[in-house]
Design a protein around this ligand. Structure first.
Ligand code: NAD
Length: 275
C-alpha cells in the first residue's frame, strides 16, 4: 500500500516513498508536481536549502488539502551553513521558507570533514527542542557514521545516500541495518541512467511493469526508502505504483549482479563544491 512506512528507531513512521524535488526550479512546475504527487498518494517530500524551492514546497503542501501532520517533510543543511550555531540559524531560515512550525527530518547534506560532527550536534538539539521529529544525515560513509555514533546522544535515524542498481552500497547498507539507521536512496533511478539496462527492461517485460517500477520495487524489497524525482504527472503516478507486485528472488539476483560501483553523483569523501 502507498502509505507503507518504515518505523524509525524512535517510533516515528517514515513513508517508504517520497517525491524528490532536486532541480525543480520553476515555480509552477514545482507546485504542480507536488500537487500531483499528493493526489497520487505520496506522503513525503524531500527537499534541501540548496534546491531553492522550500517556499514552493511549503506552499504546495498548504494548498493541497492534505493535513500538514500527514506529510513527512525532509530538508537539509547546505555545506557552507555547517557548524553548530550556523546549522541552528540555517534551520530557522528553512523553517521560515517552508512556513512550517516543525519539520519531520533534518539532514546534514554532505559530511564536510571539518564540520559534520558539530552540525549533527545541532541537529540533536533541534530534536530535543521538538522542532524536528527525526534526526539524520546524508552522504555519510561508514567512517563518518562511526564518528557520530561514538558521541551521539541521539543516533542518526536516517542516512540518505546514492543507491541504484549500478551502486548498490551493500557494505554501507549492512552497517546501517546493524545500527538501526534507515537508508534512503537518492537518485534511486540513477537519474534515469539505469532504465535502459537490458536486464531491467527484460524483467519489466516479464511482469508487465516499466523499468522504473522494477528498479523502485527492487529498492523496496531491500528495505531501502525511495525518493524518485519527476515533474511529469504520468511518471509521478507510475513511480508510485510499486506496492502491489513483487520481484522473484531470481529477478532480485539478476539485478544484484548489475552492481559496478558506478556513481552518477559525487563521492562523499571527495566532494567538490562546484558541480
Ligand atoms: P532519480 O534517480 O530520481 O531520477 C530522476 C530522473 O529520472 C528524472 O529527472 C527523469 O529524467 C527520470 N525519470 C523519473 N521517473 C521516470 C520514469 N517513470 N520513467 C522514465 N524516466 C523517469 O534522480 P535524482 O533526481 O537525482 O534523485 C531523486 C531525489 O533524491 C532528488 O530529487 C533529491 O530529492 C534527492 N537527492 C539527494 C541528494 C543528496 O545529496 N542528498 C543528491 C541527489 C538527489
Amino acid at each position: 500500500n502507498l502509505q507503507s512506512t518504515k518505523t524509525l528507531t524512535n517510533g516515528i513512521e517514515m513513508p517508504r516513498l517520497g517525491l524528490g524535488v532536486y532541480k525543480m526550479t520553476e515555480r509552477n512546475e514545482t507546485l504542480q508536481a507536488i500537487d500531483k504527487a499528493l493526489k497520487f498518494g505520496y506522503r513525503a517530500i524531500d527537499t534541501a536549502s540548496l534546491y531553492g524551492n522550500e517556499e514552493e514546497v511549503g506552499e504546495a503542501i498548504r494548498y493541497s488539502g492534505v493535513k500538514r501532520e500527514d506529510i513527512f517533510v525532509t530538508t537539509k543543511v547546505w555545506n557552507n551553513d555547517q557548524g553548530y550555531d550556523e546549522t541552528l540559524r540555517a534551520f530557522e531560515v528553512s523553517l521560515k521558507k517552508l512556513n512550517m512550525d516543525y519539520l519531520d527530518l533534518y539532514l546534514t547534506h554532505w559530511a564536510v570533514p571539518e564540520t559534520f560532527e558539530e552540525t549533527y550536534r545541532a541537529i540533536e538539539r533541534l530534536y530535543d527542542e521538538k522542532l524536528i521529529r527525526a534526526t539524520g544525515v546524508s552522504n555519510h560513509h561508514e567512517h563518518h557514521l562511526q564518528k557520530l555514533l561514538a558521541k551521539a546522544n541521539i543516533q542518526p535515524m536516517v542516512n540518505q545516500v546514492e543507491v541504484h542498481p549500478y551502486l548498490q552500497q551493500n557494505n554501507l547498507r549492512a552497517y546501517c541495518s546493524e545500527h538501526d539507521i534507515a537508508v534512503t536512496a537518492w537518485s534511486p533511478l540513477g537519474r534515469g541512467g539505469v532504465l535502459d539496462n537490458a536486464v531491467i527492461t527484460k524483467i519489466g517485460q516479464e511482469i508487465g511493469k516499466t523499468a522504473a517500477q522494477v528498479v523502485l520495487r527492487w529498492h523496496l524489497q531491500r528495505d531501502t526508502l525511495i525518493i524518485p524525482k519527476s515533474v511529469t504527472p504520468s511518471r509521478i503516478e507510475e513511480n508510485a505504483q510499486v506496492f502491489d507486485f513483487e520481484l522473484s528472488l531470481a529477478q532480485m539476483d539478476q539485478i544484484a549482479a548489475l552492481n559496478r560501483n558506478e556513481r552518477f553523483g559525487q563521492d562523499p569523501d571527495n566532494f567538490k563544491f562546484n558541480f
